[in-house]
Ligand binder design. Sequence first.
Ligand code: SF4
Length: 111
Amino acid sequence: MKLGIIRCMQTEDFCPGTGCFRAIRNKKGAFAEINEDIEIVGFCNCGGCPAKKSVLRARKLVERGAEAIAFASCIQKGTPIGYPCPFAKRMKELIAKDLGEDIKLLDYSHD
Ligand code: SF4
């Protein structure tokens, strides 16, 4: 599976994405049920609050081959500081509408 990841821009100062890459490598968290190799085609942030740019960034990931897009756990779970994104629901809605049903969206990356 070719995967793109979108993360919280605000969280970049706290986290370089280690937990996301570990979960993918070890097939844990949101990737536990994926029984094929995972190729990361891109890892980008949402573009900053209120995440309007995330739509364009998701498009770019798909243009580069992503079949699925994972929202990193910093977005909906608020890891590592316990501060979920207040725009997460709308961000997902906009991206889902823009990309259509063929692109799988994962609500988190790791536990
Ligand atoms: S819109 Fe959400 S995910 Fe993006 S920087 Fe702001 S809080 Fe983080």
